[in-house]
Design a binder for this molecule. Sequence first.
Ligand SMILES: *Cc1c(COP(=O)(O)O)cnc(C)c1O
Ligand SMILES: [Zn+2]
Length: 449
Amino acid sequence: MTDETTTISGARAHLECLECNRQYDLYQVLYRCPECDGLLMVEHKEDALHTLSATQWKNVFSARMASFDHPWSSGVWGKKEWVLPEIQDEHIVTLGEGRSPLVGLPRLAGELGLAQLWLKQCGITHTGSFKDLGMTVLVSHVRSLRARGIPIRAVACASTGDTSAALAAYAAAADIPTVVFLPAGKISLAQLVQPISNRSLVLSLDTDFDGCMAIVRAVTSADPALYLANSLNPLRIEGQKTVSIELAQQLNWKVPDWVVIPGGNLGNVSALGAGFRMLKNAGLIDRFPRICVAQSANANPLYESFRAGLNELTPMQARSTLASAIQIGNPVSFPRARRTLREFDGVVEQATEEELANAAARADLHGMFTDPHTGVALACLFKLVNSGVIRSRESVAVVSTAHGLKFADSKTAYHAGQLPLRAEYRNEPVQLPADEQRVLQVLHERLGD
Ligand SMILES: *Cc1c(COP(=O)(O)O)cnc(C)c1O
Ligand SMILES: [Zn+2]
């Protein structure tokens, strides 16, 4: 039977060290390999998944995409066997994540000479960023750990604003306490009010993200009843990898030539790779896209590493950037991202503040409302098209990571000419008296005859 209720017996997942390949039980609380301190991945017993043919899986996934039933109505849990096969449905905490739109931008594609250009709108979701995809999995997993008697008093994370919003929302839905560590003054107002509203314990620290990350790692290892929700924890990656599956599904199981994704801590690009890898192993796609990781020039440790051959990453002090969610100088998932870049013939590009702000504003001329991180990705796309790395007639999907409304302040400052950069697409409101003649005059001036 291959209807939407199919579950594959024998589908299992475990934790596996990226460095020494030792395996651990998925229901152990581990953030790094106890033997070698390497990063962990959730690995699946893919043979069990392959008892369904590619065609059968495509049918299952499309039936679930049309379903309103729990848990299939979630874009993440519609891929359950590929994510957390053994979880009980009653432990699943969903806020309707996934199933995000894939929007074509044919006019912009034409301007760039591309065959196709799509924006995968991962920010159109409950808390306004793709972090929901990973957090539904992590918080559901915490529920099943607690049900097994593992004492978890609260879940904690360091954040540049979006992880904390997602954690606070999903944990509140599950009635689990949360603590979030935020770099004071470095996140948007919309991001800050999210965990406050969900009754998180919000700790605003006088440091940057990397400083918060160091504290939360120290605190969660000193107190094992505090569970770590950062993407160091591979459970997050399991949910985020559904982006690749959904993208392929929306393109009728074809892949674009390129996927461009903004990168900070580099969990998301690792997830993107993991999704495509599983799809190809199961025969749902027959080739890989190339991947571009896009970084802000003010927080570009991966870009520097890529230029030096990608063997190692030198942590840096990240400078302030409009793309505040990727203001990270010491990305935790570098080894995972390196694996993905090598396997997907990847490149890393960077964008200046002026480039990212203008790229976001340019996409807005096509009906988008682009956040600065997606602006980084688009600016890098424009640069790679100009330099010929992305060739004309190729197809590109850009992963949009957040909703622009979270960044209304910086977008407003752009159009008001208040940013220290040349705002190419500036558009200011016209202040007028409520006078018909004056209004007609301005309409004539601005719109022509
Ligand atoms: C978290 C985040 C990123 C970066 O994702 P990583 O997994 O840290 O590389 C990019 N954009 C937005 C809006 C984010 O919240
Ligand atoms: Zn190891």
